[in-house]
Structures are given as C-alpha cells and as structure tokens.
Ligand binder design. Structure first.
Ligand code: FMN
Length: 356
C-alpha cells in the first residue's frame, strides 16, 4: 500500500478544487527548500537512456509530462520535475487575470477514474506568470507554455491575445501550445474554423523570430474530417506538432452521477478516444508530425498505446489525481520493461509502431 493510497481517501473528502489547491500548496512547500526538493528527487527520480526523447531542439529526459491545467501559473514546476516528470506544460495562460467560471466547477467521477471540469481559463495572467518565470520558475526539464485567449474576446481580439501571450512567454518556452479546444469557455465564435486557425498561425509565425516550436491542441470531439483539415493547415504553416487531446464533452464510458455536470471530461474514459485521434493524425502525416498524446494516461500500458499509435511524448493530469505522486516514476519504470519486452531500444523506436 502506498502512502498516497492512505492519503487519497482523506483528500477525496474535500471538494475537488480545494483538494487540488491543498495538493499544490504541499508541492509548493516541498519545492521551496533544497533539502525537501532533493528528498523528493531522491525518492522519485528515475533515469534510463531508453526513455530520452530528442524533439523540438531539446532532450526530454523521459516522455511523461504534466498536462496543461494542473500548473496554470507556473507555481510548482520544480516540484513536478522532482516527482520525475519529463516535462511540464504550464497554462493555459491568458493575457490578463481571469476568475473563470463559478464554483463548483471541478467534479470527480470516482468509479470511472475520471473528472469533469469547467474551470473556464482561471489564471493569473501573463505578467504574473512571466515574473515567476523570470525569478526562478523555469525547471531543468523542458517547459511547454500553453496560451489562450480571454473569455470575452471577439475573433479579432483573440488573435491579438495569442500574439501578446506568445510574445511575452515564448522566450521561456521549449515549445508553445495554442489552445483552441477548451470545451468549457464561452464560444464567441468558431475557434477551430480554418480561417481563424490560419490567422492565428500566420500571426504567431510572423512573431516567431526565435523559431520556437509551436503546437496546437485539439479536442477529441471533432469529426475525423475536421481533424484532417486541421492537419493540412498545420502543415501549410509549418506548425511543429499537435497536442491530442483536450477533454471531451461526451460521457461515453462514464457511469458516476457527476457525468450530468457540464464541462470537459478527462481520465480513463478518454483514453481510447484520444488514442484514436493520435492514430488518425499520425496516419495522415506518415508519422512525420510530432504528436503529444494526452487523455486517460494512468499507467505505462496506456502511455505505451499512445506512443505506439504515434505519440512522441505523453502527458497526464487526471491520472496524477487518482494515482498520486509516484505516477510518472512508475509509468517510466514500466515503460522500460515494455520496451524491453517488445525489443525496442528506445521510446523513439516505438513511436508509431502500430501504424501500418
Ligand atoms: C481541472 C482541469 C483543468 C484543465 N485546464 C486546462 C487548460 O487550462 N488548458 C489546456 O489546454 N488543457 C487543460 N486541461 C486538459 C488537460 O490538459 C488534458 O488535456 C485532459 O485533462 C486529458 O488528460 P487527462 O485524462 O490525463 O486528464 C485541464 C484538465 C483538467 C482536469
């Protein structure tokens, strides 16, 4: 029995957002002194050459990252590094602070190992995040910055929002993600229309003097045809990769009464749908476009399925809530065993192995 399996029932007695904030406060305290940070590293660090991934001009020590939404304001990047994650994606960061939707806005679907959230881009805004990054929040592991627009922005204002956050935060980023797939922010216009995506990519590439890798995050609910249209635009504008996927508005595979809450569902029921999106993007691009696979990863098997379907890296959020602080370490150790079992010399050799 792990320590977390004893603590979890207590944490789960709290409302989910309070438990999340308490967890983050604990991580903040743990990263704030060198001895506690070193102790975490000592317990959780696991390195293996087969896990290293060279991508986006940098080396990821392992392919398991913390997904966007957990550390929106770059407050616990060092703790996540100490817990053995191979990279961290902060954000979604908006130009100005936003409170997000009314509470409650985060729900556990315990039996389903899932969550529904309608946080609505709550965050401190780009200036606070930049200050933190300037002071000391950039970890040694690669850092992704997920950028978004204000909830009230019109289509034209949204383009300017993305440009400003990109401008302000990309100097700290190993890659930047444009998030056009949040299912719980107000829809002022179609964020995934071809015209809008073209305008975003054109604007950011114009701004991108330092040639930072730019990715776009897609949802799992679009028909395959529109995912393939997105792929065409991504290739047209030399976008460097796709993060697949965001949460789903669907409730397939969920039985908990909280399935009735509106918002995006994450966790176990999302595992297969997101893997299918990864597979179709990888197939459409002959495995040439880097994919960051996310949705329902809570074990090495789930991570490995996404890698074999074409993901070069994976991320998780909900798996961390249910499995606890050792999640990344355990997945990484077991991934090495899966690679050895199947005769792959590295993660990179296994990427896309299941594509015909
Ligand atoms: C509470 C919560 C907040 C999230 N916030 C964001 C966000 O701000 N930006 C984003 O791109 N994705 C956000 N996500 C989506 C996750 O990054 C991820 O795509 C999704 O949860 C699926 O992964 P999982 O099943 O491992 O949780 C959020 C997810 C949760 C559960």
């Amino acid at each position: 029995m792990t320590l977390y399996s004893r603590v979890r029932p207590l944490a789960f007695k709290l409302p989910p957002e309070r438990a999340h904030n308490l967890g983050k406060r604990t991580l903040k305290a743990a990263q704030s002194t060198m001895p506690t940070r070193a102790t975490l590293s000592y317990i959780y660090q696991y390195e293996h050459p087969a896990l290293e991934v060279d991508l986006f001009g940098t080396t990821f020590p392992n392919p398991v990252g913390m997904a966007a939404g957990f550390d929106k304001n770059a407050e616990v990047t060092h703790a996540l590094e100490a817990l053995g994650f191979g990279f961290v994606e902060i954000g979604t960061v908006t130009p100005y602070p936003q409170t997000g939707n009314d509470r409650p806005r985060l729900f556990r679907l315990r039996e389903d190992r899932a969550m529904v959230n309608r946080m609505g881009f709550n965050g401190q805004g780009m200036d606070r995040v930049r200050d933190r990054l300037e002071r000391n929040a950039v970890p040694k592991i690669p850092l992704g910055v997920n950028v978004g627009k204000m909830n009230t922005s019109s289509e034209d204002e949204a383009i300017e929002d993305y440009r400003r956050v990109f401008d302000r935060l990309s100097p700290f980023a190993d890659y930047v993600v444009v998030n056009v797939s949040c299912p719980n922010t107000p829809k002022q216009f179609d964020e995934t229309s071809s015209d809008h995506l073209r305008r975003i990519f054109e604007t950011l590439q114009d701004e991108n003097d330092e040639d930072r890798p730019i990715l776009v995050k897609v949802g799992p609910d679009s028909p395959t045809k529109s995912v393939l249209e997105l792929v065409d635009i991504v290739l047209e504008f030399d976008i460097d990769g796709i993060v697949a996927t965001n949460t789903t508005t669907g409730r397939d595979g969920a039985t908990d009464s909280n399935r009735e809450e509106w918002g995006g569902m994450s966790g176990k029921p999302l595992a297969d749908p997101s893997t299918e999106v990864i597979r179709s993007i990888a197939a459409a691009t002959d495995g040439e476009l880097p994919i960051v696979g996310v949705g329902g990863v809570d074990s090495a098997e789930r991570a490995y399925e996404k890698i074999r379907a074409g993901a070069s890296l994976v991320q998780l959020y909900t798996g961390f809530v249910y499995e606890g602080p050792s999640t990344a370490t355990r997945i990484n150790k077991e991934l090495v065993e899966l690679l050895e079992r199947d005769g792959f010399s590295s993660i990179q050799a296994a990427v896309g192995a299941d594509l015909d």
